[in-house]
Design a protein around this ligand. Sequence first.
Ligand code: GLC
Length: 486
Amino acid sequence: MPVALPIGRKRLERLRGEAHRLLAGNWRQGSLADGTPYGFTCPSPPRYRHQWYWDSCFHAIVWRHFDPPRAREELRTLMRGGRLDGFIPHTIFWHDSAGWRRAPFYATHSVRGNRATAHMQTPLLALAWELVAAASDDDPGFAAEGLDALRLHYDWLARHRDPDGDGLISIIHPDESGLDDSPKYDAVFGWMTHYRPGYFWLVERSRRLRYDSHAIIARYDEHVEDVLVNVVYALSLHALARLSGDDTYRQRAERTERALLERCWDEDRGLFWDLAGRGHTPQRISTWSSLAPLALPSLPERIGRRLIEEHLLDPRRYGAPFAIPSVSMEEPSFRAGWHLFRCWRGPSWINTVWLLAPALRRFGYGAEADRILASCVELVERHGFREYYNPLNGEGLAARHFGWSTLLIDLLPAAVGEDPEHAGAPKTPRLGAADKSRSFRGSVREELWSMGAEAASETRRRVARALTGTRSRSAARRRTAPIRRG
Ligand code: GLC
């Protein structure tokens, strides 16, 4: 279906140019002391200087449009960072050890001296591998080259993360899904959730059990069969089946899809819920993860339409002016703006749109997908490729020059007509002028400055909101105050 976006050739080329420059600027390559080579895109230096699993998959998916050899190197490096038994870490510290500010947050085996974390992240690798292989006419062996390691990886996941054998894999730390502080984990992880002090204890507890997921899952209730993780797992198993021609991976994917429908779907609420703990307790908090099964081509149409019409497009829930909020706007935990260490409690992320917008098109909601994409183009033209954005006012938030926000390029058509006259320039300055003058070039000083600026603007907004609230409350009191008679 053609994309009816109000964007013409010049604007598209500018966006592609900016995305390519960003990825090239964040590219890190070299070799370890033992000669092991690496080449990957860090998400956003200096805040995110290492290699993150799902970020790298997203980066490779975009790199394939500009430079397929780099896309392949990014995925090969990720695979190289894994263990021989098929485990691939959430974060790999290739060229740089974990910095003082972030080191305490990393789920490593010991406090110091680690080359990677000991926990996983949403397993997108086989899907990314397939997409990159399809863009690799210059290296036709790439598809087959990864098969043994991919098999090992997805077998490791089944063996270690699905102890009850129901087809749904579990995460044992909230950030293993990549949705670190999502409110859907608040009740499960409680004081040990990602942004609370107890997270350190969660890490310590896993260390003591050597990250043995069977032992952790059997002994504790802080683990989740996560909907997003399992959707991506199923998509990747399908990709692996196509890449390898091995039908058992397709059967495993279908088993996961069936389990999502049978165990996570809530017919009354029309949403999918994560299942927590040994009792498989549904976590009834509406986050974009509840909509993620839309990405499964096998999803029954009736369920897809309910997710879309009752949730994704509902202006009270996910139908925000800018992109797709990470939490339903109706949830009491929804927060649109920036919070220190909290990022998945409302703001819109581009990877969400990457997963859900094609599904909207598939179900026949092309105009709505175009509207969402157009809002993303506007976000990036106004504020650059930021880590996330305020879904209500479109403000760009947190890290600048953030790698996976370039996924927007993967959603836009490769070629479009000339810019229509009426499309005009956006009201606020485009990439370049304003953003460049404040652009984030990578020093710690600048990062602290940008975090400070975000904190100040959030505080300003809250004070303004509180004052407006106080004023309107006292006006209301005046209106309702009993009339005293003298
Ligand atoms: C944040 C995100 C996570 C991502 C990481 C690196 O922690 O929550 O999903 O992988 O940053 O960009």
